[in-house]
Structures are given as C-alpha cells and as structure tokens.
Design a protein around this ligand. Structure first.
Ligand SMILES: [Cu+2]
Length: 69
C-alpha cells in the first residue's frame, strides 16, 4: 500500500471535505483518505498504481477543486 499527500486548493468548509473525501474514496484501489481542511492536504492510502492516483486527482477536480501538487 502506498501513501501520498495531494495538495488541494479551494476547500473552505466541511462540505468541501466531504466532497473531496467522497470523490477520492470512490476510486477503486483507494484504501483510505483523510482531509485536512486548513492545510488542504489530502492524505491518500492506495494501491500504488499511477492510474489510481491520476483517477483520484481527476475525481477531485471534477468536484470543482484544484490540485496544487
Ligand atoms: Cu465547502
């Protein structure tokens, strides 16, 4: 299992946290998501595949947030 932190811009409230964590955790291969609203850090535990990571980023962007890193 790989662990990485994605920086997400545009989250401002608990609703955003739910939207982002819901989008990320719905991707196959994702085992765990935790979102830090203040820092914008989304900590992701996943299967280690680049495709999974790319899918997660795409899903988060689809919710209207920007991936900073
Ligand atoms: Cu919000």
């Amino acid at each position: 299992m790989a662990k990485t932190i994605i920086k997400v811009d545009g989250m401002s409230c608990e609703h955003c946290v739910k939207a982002v964590s819901g989008a990320a955790s719905g991707v196959r291969g994702v085992a765990g998501v935790s979102v830090d609203l203040k820092s914008g850090d989304v900590t992701l535990e996943y299967d280690g595949s680049d495709a999974t990571l790319a899918r997660v980023k795409a899903e988060i962007e689809e919710q209207g947030y920007d991936i900073v890193a």
